[in-house]
Design a protein around this ligand. Structure first.
Ligand SMILES: Cc1cc2nc3c(=O)[nH]c(=O)nc-3n(C[C@H](O)[C@H](O)[C@H](O)COP(=O)(O)OP(=O)(O)OC[C@H]3O[C@@H](n4cnc5c(N)ncnc54)[C@H](O)[C@@H]3O)c2cc1C
Length: 424
């Protein structure tokens, strides 16, 4: 197939080697039609990666197979992974009963629970790049491309730069959409012994689920890998004291039968979407582009979409279209992130079994801000009306077959399962 844009992508940089940067570098290596392209994979080894992205969506299964050329079974074993068929919600909503949000088709489609370190290693093996360990001071669009400024090295010019440097240092309303209707901003991460046993002769076939358990200060995720089980308490550091969260975490682990754990990290995170994810020469990806708390594990799948869209459009469209394509791609990516945000924020709208300060605030004060925050005038995309359409569909006595495939970030089936489970 002729890819007219490829000859204008001779020299590409990926900055960052977290999950997003590793995926981008492997994607360029695998998808570039010209083997003589130049790829620089740049990172600062003094700045650690986040390394806690352990839940994914089904598209990752196919993508890792394509990027690595390895069998699915091998990929899963290399990731120390298990097969994730969905998320089980415990204590969420007003119905006071546990339920599962399955990937569709239910019990067929699966994603991975994976070790982020192992994924980075796997992707590195599939990447052909010149690696540069240096701090990047600035990435700026210049005539016909982008320039990367380094600490202690001469600047370099590239045709395309993927900026995967992680969370922005500060948020500014001109540059970022503040997703103020998400009520959490901090995570405590603990690692506990594995609850699924690795097999020597093949991957674990057992169906597993991420557990999302409501707690008085927020919720806890439980992700089973074959090397350990990852637990994370997600809460709001401005509402609950860390000591109270830790003590509730201890109590939960005790009732869950976990007697030992390793404390891994306390991570403060922003919920935001960058207004300029892609400008034609610089593509922000992963946590540099947007972040939504991990309730539906939307970060890796978002990075996949960002990388896939940008490479596709740059390889397949003639260079004359670049200036016109860039804002369209940017709006599509922003819109998609805002749809994910609305879907995730809506999970809090019916409260939980706890009538605590966190849950009252989340349900009564934080979620109701979604209309103002996602106002099309303020965000320059139509996510809010797509979200309203999904909710309207759920309230119809009969959903027409023509509407079954509608999406707002995730498919209608996901909205329907959550609506039934939460009771809203
Ligand atoms: C509590 C929690 C749970 C999560 N769970 C999930 C989940 O289940 N599923 C999911 O999909 N996602 C999850 N995520 C999101 C997860 O963080 C991302 O999927 C993933 O880690 C993407 O990170 P990243 O690659 O964008 O950035 P990072 O991992 O932060 O990597 C940044 C990279 O940029 C480099 N860098 C930074 N600054 C510079 C500089 N100036 N110069 C050169 N290099 C630089 C660093 O060296 C590093 O290599 C979770 C996040 C949190 C906080």
């Amino acid at each position: 197939m002729i890819q007219p844009g490829a000859k204008f992508l001779r020299k590409i940089a990926v900055v960052g080697r977290g999950t997003a940067g590793s995926l981008a570098a492997a994607s360029v290596s695998r998808l570039h039609p010209d083997p003589d392209h130049e790829l620089h994979h740049i990172y600062d080894s003094r700045i650690p990666v986040i390394g806690v992205g352990e839940g994914s969506w089904p598209s990752l299964v196919q993508e890792l197979h394509q990027l690595t050329n390895l069998r699915h079974e091998t990929v899963q074993q290399r990731l120390k992974g298990t097969r994730k068929y969905g998320v089980t919600f415990e204590g969420w909503g007003r119905r006071h009963r546990d339920f599962t949000h399955y990937f569709t088709p239910q019990q067929v489609s699966y994603a991975y629970h994976l070790s982020a370190d192992m994924m980075e290693e796997l992707l590195r093996e599939s990447t052909r790049a010149h690696r540069i360990d240096a701090r990047v001071l600035n990435i700026a669009r210049v005539e016909g491309g982008a320039e990367v400024e380094f600490e202690g090295l001469a600047p370099e010019r590239y045709d395309l730069v993927f900026d995967a440097r992680g969370f922005p240092r500060d948020l500014h309303p001109d540059r970022h959409i503040d997703i103020s209707f998400i009520p959490t901003n901090t995570a405590v991460i603990r690692r506990c012994p594995a609850i699924v046993e690795a097999r020597k002769d093949g991957p674990i076939m057992q169906h597993t689920y991420t557990r999302a358990v409501a707690r008085p200060h927020g919720w806890i995720f439980i992700i089973p890998l074959t090397v350990h089980t990852s637990y994370g308490y997600i809460f709001n550091g401005d509402v609950s004291a860390l000591a109270d969260v830790e003590s509730d975490f201890d109590a939960f682990l005790e009732t869950d039968g976990v007697s030992e754990f390793e404390q891994r990290a306390v991570i403060r995170f922003p919920n935001f979407i960058h207004r300029r994810i892609y400008d034609g020469a610089v593509a922000r990806i992963g946590n540099a582009a947007a972040f939504i708390e991990p309730l539906e594990a939307t970060a890796i799948v978002s990075a996949q979409l960002q990388i896939g869209m940008v490479l596709n459009i740059r390889f397949n469209r003639a260079i004359e279209h670049l200036e016109r394509d860039a804002p369209v791609v940017n709006r599509f990516l922003m819109n998609n992130m805002l749809c994910y945000s609305l879907f995730v924020g809506w999970h809090y709208s019916c409260g939980s079994i706890y009538d605590s300060k966190f849950w009252r605030r989340a349900r009564d004060r934080v979620w109701p801000q979604f209309r103002k925050a996602a106002d099309p005038e303020a965000v320059d995309c139509a996510a809010l009306s797509r979200f309203d359409d999904m909710i309207e569909l759920l309230h119809r006595p009969v959903i027409d077959k023509a509407d079954w495939d509608r999406m707002c970030g995730v498919p209608l089936t996901s909205y329907a399962q959550m609506s039934q489970g939460l009771g809203c």
